[in-house]
Design a protein around this ligand. Structure first.
Ligand code: ADP
Ligand code: TZD
Length: 580
């Protein structure tokens, strides 16, 4: 094994010549054959040479400082492209660091493959204490859509093909592929090796909905008085943008986008009911869910959020077991979103009833009232800056650049940015998603920048930023056009809590006061800005975007401005208990 571990790329190349190949080459060849051109990862035993070889063979290897962020980059690349993003890690601890991202990808239905080197089976299974020993396959299983191990070089092609198909077909998710060190150095005849590779044909086949289910759905919609369409990130993922627009516009039904579905239709679209969200959720009598789950983000489809009006749900999803997960679904339509939405559109002829002007009028009235209220809040200029005045400045700059990718995490920073920053193009907003996870920031930003080649603006709470802040070095190393804006309010949620004992330790939510996050990026050659007013923030963001360079803006926010847990206060046991 020591020989394997110390093998250099040159040695690996020698093993290959003239008619032999090895596990290292077969893995790279299998990925390339399937049009995978980028690996996000972090090297070490036993996969350093795999990364070297990938680069030597023309793939892009983006090296990170922590595996979780490499995994998040891979996951968001998968979401953006419908091709599984690849994350490569070392054994046990590296694998576990990547596993968080794999689990998050599975939870969010993002296709990715976590490829990990692993220790020798003989030693791991007898628990004899190998270097970085761990039963990785079994550790991955509960958190992955599928998990495979390859033991023989001739099976690498099949292993990679299975992983790709599992990641992208049906409901997308995270797949684990376990590659023991010994496999990588196994040799075999080069020609046989080449023949063992598999080019996956039709990795995510279309799944047509049954005509009965389409008819049932159309009947439910037809009979509704106050219909609503709810677009989730599954709808954005499906890349059925034209069909979805046609459904919305042809039916005339008002719609609400979930956070990552913002921009699927521009947020300024006349039928968007975002500014009247609470009203439409309560008042609608028919809700057409398209690639959105009735999980906690939608209050499980019941309770106060959904009001007293009885509702019928139509749900379009590729996963049949999603149906009736929280409430009864009157009309499930199972299939891929493109096919299902097209089938619905085909059934909406000239005689199909449009929503009444009573319904759309009531929504518009509510929208206008709320927008006016919001405009008044946004127009204020408190000193120090608060979330609203800072986000107003960012909104106005981003309005001029609809092509920019937006990454967003934090508590207040996430909640306010989601509603204040309009999106105009699909798949440009990437955030904490289904788990409400902190730490996706720099990984998603790097993944989005590498995948799109375009500018990214990451709007980050100061706590949220801390989870992945070291990846600023990665951003600088690859000279990526990422502008990170840290909403610095001196702590988690806010910076004003005090230790009730009067002791030396600060309160659990408090950070170092007046930290200068902009100095961090300067350490790696990036450009830092410090902004204390909306005008300074506007100027810094404009400069940052103009430069196309790695930049970070330390946006100084009033430390009293935040609310505990942003808009999720009801999930805190303390506040829940007090409410009872
Ligand atoms: P959001 O958080 O935006 O509400 P979710 O992640 O909860 O969205 O829901 C996404 C849903 O989309 C999942 O139930 C998933 O099965 C579904 N989905 C993903 N891709 C497709 C597709 N191509 N066709 C149909 N459904 C899809
Ligand atoms: N750890 C992880 C991985 N995910 C989490 N969601 C949390 C911890 C808990 N948490 C939140 O839900 S939001 C948040 C934490 C730590 C940070 C909020 O502070 P912030 O944002 O500075 O990022 P605001 O805008 O100041 O509220």
């Amino acid at each position: 094994m020591a020989d394997v571990l110390e093998a250099t790329t040159q040695e690996a190349a020698e093993v290959k010549a003239p008619q032999m190949t090895d596990g290292f080459h077969l893995v790279i060849d299998a990925l390339k054959l399937n049009d995978i051109d980028t690996i996000f990862g972090l090297v070490g035993i036993p996969i350093t040479d795999l990364a070297r070889l990938a680069q030597a063979e023309g793939m892009r290897f983006i090296g990170f400082r922590h595996e979780q962020h490499a995994g998040n980059a891979a996951a968001i690349a998968g979401y953006m492209t419908q091709k599984p993003g690849i994350c490569l890690t070392v054994s046990a601890p590296g694998f576990l660091n990547g596993l968080t991202a794999l689990a998050n990808a599975t939870t969010n239905c993002f296709p990715m493959i976590l490829i990990s080197g692993s220790s020798e089976r003989e030693i791991v299974d007898l628990q004899q204490g190998d270097y970085e020993e761990m039963d990785q396959l079994n550790a991955a299983k509960p958190y992955a859509k599928a998990a495979y191990r390859v033991l023989n070089a001739e099976d690498i092609g099949i292993g990679v093909a299975r992983a790709i198909r599992a990641a992208v077909s049906g409901r997308p998710g995270g797949v684990y592929l376990d590659l023991p060190a010994k496999l990588l150095s196994q040799t075999m005849d080069a020609l046989e090796g080449q023949h063992s590779l598999v080019k996956v044909v039709d990795a995510a086949p279309r799944q047509l909905p049954s005509p009965d289910s389409v008819k049932r759905a159309l009947d439910v919609i037809k009979n509704a008085k106050r219909p609503l369409i709810l677009l989730g990130k599954g709808a954005a993922y499906a890349q059925a943008d034209a069909q979805i627009r046609e459904l919305v516009e042809k039916s005339g039904i008002p719609y609400l986008p979930m956070s990552m579905a913002k921009g699927l239709l521009p947020d300024t679209h006349a039928q968007s009911a975002s500014a009247a969200r609470s009203f439409v959720l309560q008042e609608a009598d028919c809700v057409v869910l398209i690639g959105a789950r009735l999980n906690w983000l939608l209050a499980h489809g019941k309770g106060k959020t959904w009001g007293a009006a009885p509702k019928q749900f139509v749900q379009i999803d590729i996963s049949p077991t999603e149906i009736d997960s929280n409430v009864a679904i009157a009309a499930p339509v199972i299939g891929d979103i493109g096919s299902c939405v097209s089938a619905l559109v085909a059934g909406i002829g000239a005689g199909f009833p449009k929503p009444s002007s009573e319904w759309t009028g009531a929504i518009n009235e509510r929208k206008n009232k709320n927008l006016e209220k919001m405009a008044a809040t946004l127009a204020k200029n408190p000193s120090p800056m608060n979330f609203h005045s800072a986000l107003r400045a960012i909104r106005d700059v981003l309005k001029t650049r609809p092509d920019i990718n937006v990454v967003n995490e934090g508590a207040n920073t996430l909640d306010y940015a989601r509603s204040i920053i309009d999106m105009y193009e699909p798949r440009k907003r990437f955030d904490s998603g289904t788990w409400g996870i902190m730490g996706i920031g720099m990984g998603f930003a790097i993944g989005a920048a590498v995948t799109s080649g375009k500018q990214v603006v990451a709007i980050e709470g100061d706590s949220a930023f801390g989870f992945s802040g070291m990846e600023l070095e990665t951003i600088c190393r690859y000279d990526l056009p990422v502008c990170t804006i840290v909403f610095n309010n001196n702590g988690v949620y806010r910076g004003t809590d005090v230790n009730p004992t009067g002791g030396k330790d600060v309160a659990p939510t408090v950070f170092v006061k007046n930290a200068r996050y902009d100095k961090m990026i300067e350490a790696f050659g990036g450009i830092g800005f410090n902004a204390t007013t909306p005008e300074e923030l506007t100027h810094a963001l404009e400069e940052a975007i103009k430069s196309g360079k790695p930049t970070l803006i330390n946006a100084v926010i009033d430390e009293t401005a935040g609310t505990e847990s942003g808009r999720l206060t009801n999930l805190n046991p303390q506040s829940a208990a007090t409410k009872k």
